[in-house]
Design a binder for this molecule. Structure first.
Ligand SMILES: Cc1cc2nc3c(=O)[nH]c(=O)nc-3n(C[C@H](O)[C@H](O)[C@H](O)COP(=O)(O)OP(=O)(O)OC[C@H]3O[C@@H](n4cnc5c(N)ncnc54)[C@H](O)[C@@H]3O)c2cc1C
Ligand code: FES
Length: 504
């Protein structure tokens, strides 16, 4: 995940020469031990926090484009003029400071808490009176928050089948599973946030029917809720394997907080865990369980974990990291049966274990959309504005099949789902904005973060610059001469620079 970097650089209260502040970059210093960035915007000097409000990344290591600073870790965007959080995964604005220019120096003075312009309530427009959002995960949460950030004053109903308020799902296979993230880090907001924002959270309420004609939702208890416009953000459900013994209580999956807690309860006194599947979640879980001192074995049919996504060089490097940390791999092997205490593989070998964790992919949750008659293929079909086949109903996140660079795509990434939620929110209010952000994900293994931008499916050439083993590389994926995607370890700014080339 990375550690929030401590403040460094000159004390900006003492003044720094205006000439030292780059006209199109940022200047990093500190104020009272806080990292602060100075930046020229439209001929005026501004000072904003240098610590990302998401996980605390040093924004000075990010990329400035126009009036916007892009975070190096998970690519949140902030306006330098007033610190406004513009794009997920950060939702809190950056603190700002007052700056005085005197005798060729810039002095940072007190905090400027008036810098953030509050959204004015939208009046006299044709906003809907009531917006419903089905799914209180990444996309649904981001959409609800964005509606208020845009000044929407009508009713927002956010329905979640999960009993928990929106939480940091990516953390479940990382620090939370490793035991290094306390439970209070997991919710995305404090308990009062939703009431303060006027977002009605309906938790533990699965919506089971959608009547698009009468614009009505029905939940599992038969309660009905009207809406004027609707966002579907139901996410995905983890696959299980129809194999003998795979319905045992110690066969776990990892999608929800409840899944993570059930897994943690299972392994509380365990010594050995077998993971079936060597995808991102399986391998992150392997790293987290090794951090707990458990013996971990991974079974997967492919010859190289994630080779099809990352290419051979990065995949081999990932495999090396896991092996060096004591994970045993059974590659090219399939599971056949589980007897509660041992997994039997297709070569007859038996792997003893106290618990089995399945990381064998997910299926988009399409039941509601399909039953309601929306166009559905391997996802809920949406156009560039994320509108479904039914006007007024939008879809976002893991369940949405959207156009990306001329091809239909469905992407299962956190930031991507949140960004789609944010664009869907604008479009629920009539913005008609196309979603063009390139897919982005990050993954964390033994203190190293790999970040990936674009969609590399069908790549036929990989260019590796640098050395993954030294935590310093940029890998680019091409089909012919077309750049499809890029991955980076330790080269965050270079990855951010490729973003325009990978937009939809
Ligand atoms: C353990 C784990 C680690 C991950 N790590 C990363 C990572 O490091 N980087 C990354 O980019 N991505 C990561 N992901 C993927 C990322 O979390 C997902 O892509 C993202 O959460 C998708 O957002 P979503 O809103 O589409 O769905 P979700 O976040 O799954 O939210 C959908 C919600 O809708 C609810 N729901 C479904 N149907 C209904 C209904 N009918 N009525 C009411 N509620 C309903 C579900 O209960 C769920 O809470 C990870 C995923 C997991 C499980
Ligand atoms: S730390 Fe900046 S986006 Fe995550």
């Amino acid at each position: 995940m990375g550690d929030a970097t401590p403040a460094s650089g000159p004390d900006l209260r003492q003044g720094v020469p205006l000439a030292d502040i780059p006209p199109e970059g940022v200047f990093a210093g500190q104020v009272d031990g806080e990292p602060v960035l100075l930046a020229w915007v439209d001929g005026r000097m501004h000072a904003v926090s240098g610590r990302c409000s998401h996980y605390g990344a040093p924004l000075a290591e990010g990329l400035r484009r126009g009036d916007v600073i892009h975070c190096p870790w998970h690519h949140a965007c902030f306006r330098l003029r007033d610190g406004a959080a513009l794009k997920a995964p950060a939702f809190a604005d950056l603190p700002c400071w007052q700056v005085e220019e005197r005798d060729g120096l810039a002095y940072v003075r007190g905090r400027d808490d008036d810098a953030h312009p509050r959204p004015r309530a939208r009046r006299g427009r044709e906003d809907p009176e009531r917006i419903a959002i089905v799914g209180a995960g990444a996309a649904g949460y981001a959409a609800a928050v964005q509606l208020r950030a845009l000044g929407y004053a009508g009713a927002i109903d956010l329905f979640g089948a999960d009993p928990e308020p929106p939480y940091d799902r990516p953390n479940l296979s990382k620090d939370y599973l490793a035991g290094t993230a306390p439970a209070e880090w997991i919710p995305l907001q404090g308990p009062d946030f939703y009431a303060e924002q006027g977002i009605r959270l309906h938790l533990g309420r699965a919506i089971t029917a959608l009547d698009q004609h009468w614009r009505q939702l029905t939940d599992a208890h038969g309660d009905k809720f009207g809406y004027e416009r609707l966002l579907l953000a139901p996410g995905a459900v983890p696959n299980r394997l129809p194999l003998p013994g795979f319905d045992a209580a110690n066969v776990c999956v990892l999608r929800s907080l409840a899944d993570a807690d059930a897994l943690l309860a299972r392994i509380a006194h365990a010594r050995r865990v077998v993971l079936v599947g060597a995808g991102f979640i399986g391998l992150e879980a392997a790293a987290a369980l090794r951090a707990r001192g458990l013996a971990v074995e991974v079974v997967a049919p492919e010859p190289l974990p994630l080779g099809g996504v990352l290419g051979e060089v990065l995949a081999r490097d990932l495999l090396r990291r896991h092996r060096e940390h004591g994970v045993a791999f059974h590659l090219g092997r399939k599971p056949q049966a589980f007897d509660g205490g041992a997994l039997v593989l297709d070569d007859g070998s038996r792997l003893d274990c106290d618990a089995l964790l399945l990381g064998v992919g997910v299926k988009p949750d399409l039941a509601l959309a399909r039953a309601a008659g929306l166009a559905v293929e391997d996802g809920i079909v949406v156009d560039a504005t994320l509108q479904t086949s039914v006007p007024g109903i939008y879809a976002a996140g893991d369940a949405a099949r959207f156009p990306y660079r001329g091809q239909p795509a469905r992407v299962e990434h956190w930031v991507h789902a949140q960004r789609q939620g944010q664009v869907a929110a604008a479009n629920l209010l009539g913005a008609g904005q196309a979603f063009t952000d390139p897919p982005f994900f990050w993954t964390h293994h033994y203190g190293t973060d790999l970040r990936y931008l674009g969609l590399g499916r069908g790549f036929d050439r990989v260019e590796v610059d640098g050395d993954p083993a030294a935590d310093d590389c940029l890998v680019r994926y091409f089909r012919g001469d077309t750049l499809l995607a890029a991955a980076a370890i330790g080269r965050d700014r270079a990855l951010l620079e490729l973003e325009p080339a990978l937009r939809g």
